[in-house]
Design a protein around this ligand. Structure first.
Ligand code: SPQ
Length: 429
């Protein structure tokens, strides 16, 4: 595919964006709808490639699912309604799909084979396969079940208490989904709090979950019932416009329907810390997930330190926060973020290498990066998403403040989480 010429040298950015549905919540709504009894209707579903992979996997497991744009209807038959798939389950580029699906399949008395794309084939899976094997699932795969293709036979699970070695919502969720099918009470202990959409969704579907500090427990054998889910806008998608609004001169952007779950709002804390000109309005809780409107304007920013328990609350926003930091006065240090190395790409290396091509003063460290902000425009160049949606969108925002031509290779990767990203960005010009 030919490199995409990006909009550069943008002097204003004005308007409203209705942020598309949250990717984490869209995946989970389809998954819980598939294992609940009765009909689940999902509104404002994200029709991104990752969530479509989740729908396709559950269709292969015998679940009847209809989609009309952002409306999805799932006809769940309960946990015992899933059927042995007669084809491999292909998760595409989606780490959430494969890891949470393994949790569900671990309790199912049949055999499945899971594959994904080249990026998934490099992402670590023993973080999930080890605890699931401890519960009784039989999982094998390349390099001792570290990498896809993976083969899994489930059933007869026993509950465990498991201390997560890394803060990961995907691992926590996989264990909880297996725990719902295990004999006894399963407890996950997190080193730092991660996104809690799975816990909220268990409750929305009529189940029980107990959270006590960083300990989360579920009891096996619970029956879940289909429900209506209205998916809030994805704060991880909103993040690109929050940064664009802050760094483009004469920027003024309003983002509506943004999910404001406190386990996801680290980007807002960082924008405030850096001095962004931002207002949050109309906070309301819709179907157990808080939402609101965020208004942001061009801002004078200062460098900051981002570390510790803030990291899981903004892990997917770090690429665009790195760009934000190039426009701040002084140094920004991002640490405790080694997890970035095992995302769709090694996001420490891709962010540093691609932003350097545009003239940013940024260095990689073993667990993060250091950005020397100088509040200056970036230069032109040819950059690549490397097939990573968040890198592609971050670079499109970087181009807005570049004074030379910028070409983006592999721009189609944005469809993984935000198919209309370029249209929504253009609507602000
Ligand atoms: O699904 P995938 O590919 O892992 O997506 C990413 C992303 O940038 O969209 C990570 F690369 O988000 C993860 C996130 O980093 C989604 C997620 C979830 O829905 O539970 C949790 C986080 O991953 P992890 O490994 O920290 O649990």
């Amino acid at each position: 595919m030919e490199a995409k010429k990006l909009k550069t040298n943008q002097k204003t950015l004005n308007g409203k964006v209705v942020v598309p549905g949250d990717k984490s919540i869209s995946h989970r709504a389809v998954m819980f709808g598939s294992i609940a009894s009765g009909v689940t209707t999902i509104e404002h579903f994200l029709p991104g490639e990752d969530c479509l992979s989740t729908i396709s996997c559950f269709k292969n497991l015998g679940v009847d699912i209809e989609r009309d744009g952002t409306k999805v209807t799932v006809y769940g038959n309960g946990l015992s309604g899933l059927k042995e798939p007669n084809a491999v389950l292909d998760v595409g580029n989606s780490g959430t799909t494969i890891r949470l699906l393994m949790g569900i399949l671990s309790g199912q008395p049949f055999h499945s084979v899971l594959i994904g794309d080249d990026s998934i084939a490099k992402r670590p899976m023993t973080r999930v396969t080890l605890p699931l094997a401890q519960m009784g699932a039989r999982i094998s795969g390349r390099n001792k079940a570290e990498f896809t293709p993976l083969s899994l036979s489930g059933g007869d699970l026993k509950a465990i208490e498991y201390k997560l070695p890394v803060a990961s919502a995907q691992v926590k969720s996989a264990i909880l989904l297996a725990g719902l099918q295990a004999d006894g009470v399963t407890t996950v202990i997190e080193p730092e709090k991660t996104r809690d959409h799975t816990e909220r969704m268990i409750q929305m579907f009529g189940g029980e979950v107990k959270t006590d500090g960083n300990r989360v427990s579920v009891c096996g054998g619970q029956q879940l019932a289909g429900t209506h889910v209205r998916v809030p806008g994805d704060i991880s998608s909103a993040a690109f416009f929050l940064v664009a609004g802050a760094i483009v001169p004469n920027g003024s952007i309003e983002l509506t329907n943004v999910g404001l779950n406190p386990t996801r709002t680290g980007i807002i804390d960082v924008l405030k810390q850096m001095g962004a000109n931002m207002v949050i309005e109309e906070e309301q809780t819709e179907a157990t997930e808080p939402i609101g409107t965020i208004k942001i304007q061009s801002s004078t920013l200062k460098g900051t330190v981002i570390s510790g328990d803030l990291i899981p609350r903004l892990i997917d926003e770090i690429p665009v926060i790195a760009l934000l930091a190039t426009q701040a006065e002084g140094k920004t240090v991002i640490k405790d973020a080694a997890e970035l190395k095992v995302k769709e790409t090694n996001r420490i290396d891709t962010v540093v290498n691609e932003l350097r091509k545009l003239g940013a003063n940024i260095e990689a460290t073993p667990d993060g990066m250091v950005i020397h902000g100088n509040n200056s425009t970036l230069k032109g160049g040819t950059v690549s998403s490397h097939g990573d949606h968040r890198i592609g969108m971050m670079l499109a925002v970087a181009a807005l403040i570049s004074d030379g031509d910028v070409y983006l290779e592999n721009s189609d990767a944005v469809a993984v989480s935000y198919p209309n990203f370029f249209d929504d960005l253009h609507s602000l010009f």
